[in-house]
Design a protein around this ligand. Sequence first.
Ligand code: ZN
Length: 156
Amino acid sequence: MFDELRELYQEVILDHGRNPRNFRHPEDATCAAHGNNPMCGDTLTVYLALDDDGVIRDAALEGKGCAISVASASMMTEILKGRTADEAKRLFDSFHGMCTEDDFDMAAAEDADPDALERLGVLAGVREFPVRVKCATLAWHTMSAAMAGETEVTTE
Ligand code: ZN
């Protein structure tokens, strides 16, 4: 990766990490889960408000963690709004692949949503640091648990 691009990616992560979007507890949340990543000390609560059609109308977070876990959660809440639960799960699969597979094929995952995957691509650098993968995916595991009716999830 070019150095300028790497720097840009770091800026995006730091910005979201310092000023997470949708950092609040929505009154109308229909499900929520608490995610814990003891390896790093990240603890996040993810709130989702789904409507009767299974569309995510609101997504928000609270908690604390390292810049990567908070940035990933912040970006996730922005990206999930307006998507169905199925779309959210497909995005998580693609994002997880992006963070763990060296030869992840973005083109093959394109039906998942190329724009969203491109945005999440700023976090894919964690692939080089396996411990940070848990930071980057914590919010997504937590979102997935919330939709499955679970209230606690841990990366251990
Ligand atoms: Zn972390």
